[in-house]
Design a protein around this ligand. Structure first.
Ligand code: GLN
Length: 428
């Protein structure tokens, strides 16, 4: 790489890469979120418990990109195992290129920063409850989360298997479409992954759900209304509707995701998985307590809560009910979107300062996912695209459609991009 030195210098300031591939070529570069395996590069998923784990294989999506001639450039930093919305729940905290005191979003913080500072680059990223949309909107890039099951999860370090989706970030919808067609499609190593055809059923109607518009910053609300007016000018029809049940999405999501996370993290005991200790003289409980003490605060919280909600005595009250909420919401949203897209701002706030985000109480932090969780919980494809800059910081809007209609989202963003000027501070 010609400008490797410059990239390394900027990485010292913005902390987006946890590892850089010194031998990457200049053209068609792609980065990979740290919870996705690239042969020969440490994969920590932002966690100390995986320190020193170097996968001996490539994730399916990585292998497919490399086969098409894309050059792997680096692993991108993230919240530990994807637990977070601001990139602060890990030891290396990415900074927003538009204002270094502010967060880049999360959990795919490094992926969004890399996309905002590098040209000819595409980020392979992952979303469980909004980890692609959120940082994409804070960093002014396009973030695409495909329909659940369209991209193989083989080689992904699981957060919550029924919710995890590998997706993409780039500086344009066109680059995303190219890469999506490379990485998607059936894979014998992931039985939930399907060859199902992707459609491009264009909609002329945009639905705004009233309940989603509560609690949004005034500045964002005003600029979002201006966006709707512009879209009307482009021929779209805007309609407002009520879906009172949608506020159950956050509790249902956190119950399901924590239940699954707690089972996924159970294997990191220091025996087969997780950092290895030499303390073989210790008793079983002492041994794995020591091995697991390096989990961050948020991971520990989720292990405790997730184990609780799926325990026999309360399972019906929490876990089973959350599954019902998910199914009901998927039906209601799909019905609403028969002849329309759902549109909203991507985040209810502008990118907060890093120290403020780190101090947010958990429930307040979870509440910031109000707009990104509904499509993620229900496996619906969605895209966040930049539409404005407020006080120098980018803001994004999120468009959602029905299962497998992913191309229609990229088509919409392609039309929007014709009249939108992307701004980037760096272009390495
Ligand atoms: N903020 C959400 C969470 O902490 C979503 C993160 C993600 O998509 N990985 O679970």
């Amino acid at each position: 790489m010609k400008n490797l030195g410059e990239i390394k210098d900027l990485n010292q300031r913005l902390h987006f890469f946890s590892a850089i591939n010194d031998s990457a070529k200049d053209a068609a570069r792609f980065s990979v979120k740290d919870n996705i395996c690239v042969k020969g590069f440490e994969a920590r998923a932002g966690s100390k418990i995986l320190s020193g784990y170097v996968p001996p294989f490539d994730a399916t999506c990585v292998e497919r990109m490399a086969k098409k001639g894309y050059n792997f450039i680096g692993k991108t930093v993230m919240d530990e195992f994807g637990f977070g919305s601001f990139g602060v729940n890990t030891d290396v905290q990415a900074r927003n290129p538009f204002d270094e005191k502010r967060v880049a979003g999360g959990s795919s913080s490094g992926a969004a920063v890399a996309t905002a500072v590098l040209k000819d680059h595409i980020a392979i990223s992952e979303s469980t409850g909004g980890s692609i949309s959120n940082p994409a909107s804070f960093c002014g890039v396009v973030g695409f989360t495909p329909t659940y099951g369209t991209v193989s999860r083989y080689g992904l370090i699981d957060y919550a298997n029924s919710l995890d989706k590998i997706g993409l970030m780039a500086r344009s919808s066109e680059e995303i479409r190219k890469a999506f067609d490379i990485i998607r499609g059936a894979d014998r190593y992931d039985t939930t992954c399907t060859e199902n055809g992707i459609t491009d059923s264009k909609k002329k109607k945009l639905v705004v759900i009233d309940q989603l518009m509560h609690g949004i910053d005034d500045g964002i609300l005003a600029s979002f209304e201006a966006l709707l007016a512009k879209l009307e000018g482009m021929g779209y029809k805007v309609e407002r509707t009520s879906l009172d049940f949608i506020d159950k999405a956050i509790p249902a999501y956190y119950i399901i995701s924590m239940a699954e996370a707690s089972t996924n993290l159970a294997k990191y005991t220091g025996y087969k998985y997780g950092r290895q200790l030499d303390a073989f003289t210790k008793k079983y409980n002492e041994f794995f307590t020591e091995a697991r003490e390096v989990f961050g605060m948020e991971a520990k919280r989720r292990i405790v809560l997730g184990t609780f909600v799926r325990s026999a005595s309360v399972k019906e009250r929490y876990y089973t009910k959350a599954l019902k909420v998910r199914a009901l919401l998927a039906n209601k949203l799909s019905e609403l979107m028969k002849d329309a897209f759902v549109i909203s701002p991507t985040m209810p706030i502008m990118a907060p300062k890093i120290d403020e985000a780190a101090e947010l109480p958990p429930l307040q932090a979870y509440a910031m996912d109000s707009l990104t969780i509904p499509p993620n919980l229900t496996g619906l494809p969605h895209v966040s695209f930049p539409y404005d800059y407020l006080k120098g910081m980018p803001v994004g809007a999120q468009l959602v459609t029905t299962h497998f209609n992913d191309y229609a989202l990229l088509d919409f963003v392609g039309k929007w991009e014709k009249s939108f000027d992307y701004k980037f501070k760096y272009n390495l």
